[in-house]
Design a protein around this ligand. Structure first.
Ligand code: URA
Ligand code: CA
Length: 434
């Protein structure tokens, strides 16, 4: 087999076989196929797309390029949730204990990474003592005992994806639906999920800015998952403005606690119930989405979800009493209000730019070396569609530096107040189940 022929075949719009895709992934990972040939193939895929079979073969080949996590000694169907990324997305912190409280095992491998705020692990580390440095056996034992555990990334998962993603990043081939879909799905499958719920974001703060692109990506991922034997569903949800009210690490843990008590922001609560219902159905703990939603609501109302969170935190060294007193987490020195400059209605809150404002305060990592300040961030008092009076606070800035003028300027630039009223954005656009 020659790489040259594979490139020409895809360039001319033909379908690559499983053997051809395996040949490419194996030999690119080992270094026998050079970057210039791999980039030519990525560009050909960018223009010619891939069939569902090709996408599934690419995903499987990338899974097979490295280690996989074996979760078979955990009883029950392991459902993983993946979000394509947004601002203030606190859902994992809520869903892990909430879904586990219904007996569905949540075995979560999570990362740190760059971003507006920390990843799930960083956020959880705002809880004094909490840590994810546990070995694999302890992780599995904890899931069997408590139904939920979170571990840091271990093993050499999907090296083919790492290498290919790096190449795509510098060859203008990131934005290709088959390549994104196989990249994301390969990581979820290698991490051991039996079933997968995808939260595909759409809007300014998302990877996919339009509903059409988001729908196509969601369908591509659901198609791959089901083709390779992992039950997969997707939700397309709004990321034109940040999700919930809190953006920041300790602030988001507190928001998760509020939500588990039934006092969370409306949008965050609704998205958690939507995603959670899919997880519970896929885990076989309810036979319909409606029934699952009812069970989830019950466990919020009767306190079981909150108790599950307390147990989970304590089982990994954390102070479980933060669920009673969130102020035990790091607190910012300064709380500075951002008053509205006029009367009207909030018509725009550009999600990614608001996220960057939180990062400027120290809530996220700008580079791999940056240190996160757990205490800082933003708390929104107004969201799109809300009425506001001049002088009324739009949000509170939680900061450990007194001078936040630069952050304030950026926030004002990205929050628009209009004279006429405007509807709230649709939160859940679509559910894609096959
Ligand atoms: N995220 C991924 O993991 N892979 C992509 O290709 C794009 C976004
Ligand atoms: Ca939030």
């Amino acid at each position: 087999m020659r790489m040259y022929d594979l490139i020409a075949k895809k360039r001319d719009g033909h379908e690559l076989s499983k053997e051809e895709i395996d040949f490419f992934v194996e030999n690119y990972t080992s270094g026998d196929i050079p970057d210039y040939q791999a980039s030519a193939l990525c560009m050909a895929i960018f223009f010619q797309d891939m069939t569902t079979d090709e996408r599934a073969h690419l995903t499987t080949a990338m899974v097979d390029s490295g280690d996989t996590i074996d979760l078979s000694s955990i009883e029950g169907i392991k459902v993983d949730k993946h979000s394509t990324g947004g601002v203030g997305d606190t859902t994992t912190l809520i869903l892990a204990p909430l879904v586990a409280s219904l007996g569905a095992p949540v075995a979560k491998m999570s990362g740190r990474g760059l971003g507006h705020t920390g990843g799930t692990i960083d956020k959880l580390e705002a809880v004094p003592g909490f840590h994810v440095e546990i070995d694999k056996q302890e992780f599995i034992d904890l899931v069997n005992k408590n139904k939920v555990s979170v571990i840091g990334q271990t093993g050499n998962l999907t090296p083919a994806d790492k290498k290919l993603y790096g190449l795509r990043d510098v060859t203008a081939t990131v934005n290709s639906i088959p390549l994104i879909a196989s990249s994301i799905m390969s990581k979820k499958i290698a991490a051991g999920a039996d079933a997968i719920v995808l939260d595909v974001k759409t809007g300014a703060g998302a990877f996919m800015k339009t509903l059409e692109d988001s729908r196509e990506l969601a369908k591509a991922m659901v198609g791959i998952g089901n083709r390779v034997g992992r039950n997969t569903m997707a939700v397309i949800s709004d990321m034109s403005q940040p999700l919930g009210n809190a953006i920041g690490n300790a602030l988001e843990v507190e928001e998760a606690i509020d939500t588990l008590k039934g006092n969370g922001p409306e949008d965050l609560t609704e998205l958690c119930l939507t995603l959670g219902s899919q997880m519970v159905v896929l885990a076989g703990k309810a036979d319909s989405l409606d029934h699952a939603r009812q069970l989830l609501k019950e466990n919020i109302d009767n306190g079981k979800a909150l108790e599950q969170f307390r147990t989970f935190l304590a089982s990994q060294g954390g102070d479980g009493s933060v669920v009673d007193d969130p102020k035990k987490m790091p607190q910012a020195q300064y709380k500075i209000e951002l008053p509205s400059q006029k009367d009207g209605y909030v018509s725009e809150m550009v999600a990614d730019q608001i996220g960057i404002s939180a990062m400027m305060l120290g809530a996220g990592r700008a580079t791999k070396e940056s240190e996160i300040d757990m205490a800082v961030g933003l708390y929104l008092h107004k969201k799109i569609g809300d009425e506001v009076k001049k002088g009324e606070s739009l949000l509170t800035i939680y900061s450990n530096q007194q001078d936040v003028e630069e952050v304030k300027t950026k926030l004002y630039e990205n929050i628009t107040i209009n004279e006429s009223s405007i509807e709230r954005p649709t939160l859940v656009h679509e559910m894609i189940t096959e």
